[in-house]
Design a protein around this ligand. Structure first.
Ligand SMILES: [Fe+2]
Length: 179
C-alpha cells in the first residue's frame, strides 16, 4: 500500500489572522470555508496553492488558551478504496489504536484515528467527485467497495458543488496557472 502525505489541520486561536498569514506567506488561496457542524459551530478554513489537493492545510478555530498542541491531524492519501478498507480492518485489530472514525467528506473516504500518543491521523482515498467543504458523514465499514461508493454518491449528489473531480481540478489548475 502506497501512503503519501497530503495535508495537515491545525487548531488556531485567531483564525482570520492565521488565514491571512498563510495566504501571504505561501501564496495560497481559500478553497472553502464554513462551520464544522450546525450554524454557530467553529469555522474550518481550507487553504491550497495547487490543483492536486482541495486543501494543503486547513485551520480550525478550536484551540483553547491552555491547549499545548495545535495539531488536529496529519492526513495521508492512499491509492484506492480497498486500501482504506484494509487500513480500517488493520486499525480495528490494533490495540494501540484509539478513536477510529470512518468518515467521508464526499470528495474523500477516510478513516480517522489517534496514534498511541493521541496525535490525530486521517488516511483517505479520493472519490471521483468534488463536494463543497466542510462536509462529513460516518460510513459503514461493513459495506462492499461498490456499495460504499454508491452510498457516498447518493449522499452528496444534490450538493451545490457536486461535479467530477477532474473537472474541478482542471478549473483549479487554470486558476493557479499550472500546465
Ligand atoms: Fe483532513
Amino acid at each position: 500500500m502506497k501512503v503519501s502525505w497530503s495535508h495537515c489541520v491545525l487548531k488556531v486561536r485567531d483564525i482570520e489572522a492565521m488565514v491571512q498569514f498563510y495566504c501571504d506567506t505561501m501564496g495560497w488561496v481559500v478553497s472553502d470555508r464554513g462551520p464544522m457542524g450546525p450554524p454557530g459551530a467553529p469555522d474550518i478554513v481550507f487553504l491550497t496553492g495547487s490543483s492536486s489537493d482541495h486543501h494543503q492545510m486547513a485551520l480550525v478555530a478550536t484551540r483553547g488558551d491552555e491547549e499545548a498542541t495545535s495539531l488536529d491531524h496529519n492526513a495521508f492519501r492512499v491509492e484506492s478504496l480497498s486500501d482504506v478498507l484494509a487500513m480500517h480492518g488493520k486499525l480495528t485489530a490494533d490495540p494501540r489504536v484509539e478513536g477510529i472514525l470512518p468518515l467521508t467528506h464526499g470528495n474523500a473516504i477516510s478513516v480517522y484515528f489517534k496514534d498511541p500518543e493521541g496525535n490525530g491521523i486521517e488516511m483517505f482515498c479520493d472519490t471521483p467527485w468534488h463536494v463543497k467543504q466542510p462536509a462529513g458523514l460516518v460510513w459503514d465499514p461493513s459495506l462492499s467497495e461498490e456499495e460504499l461508493l454508491a452510498w457516498v454518491e447518493d449522499q452528496y449528489r444534490d450538493d451545490s458543488e457536486f461535479r467530477p473531480m477532474d473537472e474541478y481540478r482542471a478549473d483549479r489548475a487554470k486558476a493557479f496557472g499550472e500546465n
